[in-house]
Write a new protein. Structure first.
Length: 179
């Protein structure tokens, strides 16, 4: 492994090239793409093994980055508790759990575009007939087993949070100087 130690100025230049990778199967994400484009954040559409979003630093010979570096980190986006319930149905559970298994290769978080997610969960304010205690238990068990978090937020903030999550992970990575 090669170690480069960058100055803060160099790190800032490299971070301007940080590219958000969007899974080819991600849908209804115009609001996220709009945010990234407004902020002039590079976007790359590519099939991801897990998650809907990830990030990469493109090759940059000036800074000794000889090939694209993909962060071992992903964000899975869900629109609501109803979408999560749909993923937990018997016919789709295997696909959802398989994605969680694949996510063990790196850092993983589930962003839910519903700020009142916890209240809706506890009060059974969702379309599924899933018992609130059983659903909460199932989600907490998955979180413990697969080491991820569920972060509710507004639809307006998700693009911002996706970008900044990867930005600061990449910054930490660059400060450590490991490639």
């Amino acid at each position: 492994m090669i170690h480069y130690f960058y100055s803060d100025t160099e790190i800032n230049k490299i971070l301007k090239t940080l590219t958000i990778v969007v899974d080819t199967r991600e849908q209804v994400n115009g609001h996220i793409l709009d945010y990234l484009r407004q902020k002039d954040v590079p976007i790359k559409i590519k099939k991801l093994d897990y998650g809907d979003y990830s990030a990469m630093l493109p090759a940059n010979e000036e800074f000794g980055i000889l090939r694209d570096i993909y962060l071992e980190s992903a964000v899975e986006r869900k629109a609501s508790i109803d979408e999560i319930c749909g993923n937990l149905q018997k016919d789709t559970q295997t696909a959802f759990e398989n994605e969680l298994i694949r996510s063990q290769k790196g850092k993983f978080v589930l962003f839910v575009e519903q700020p009142d997610f916890d209240e809706r969960l506890s009060q059974a304010k969702y379309r599924s007939r899933y018992d609130p205690k059983a659903l909460k238990g199932r989600l907490e068990s998955f979180k413990a087993k697969y080491n991820f978090e569920i972060c509710p937020m507004s639809k307006k903030m998700i693009g911002h949070n996706i970008y900044h999550r990867f930005y600061y992970q990449a910054k930490h990575y660059l400060k450590r100087g490991a490639f």
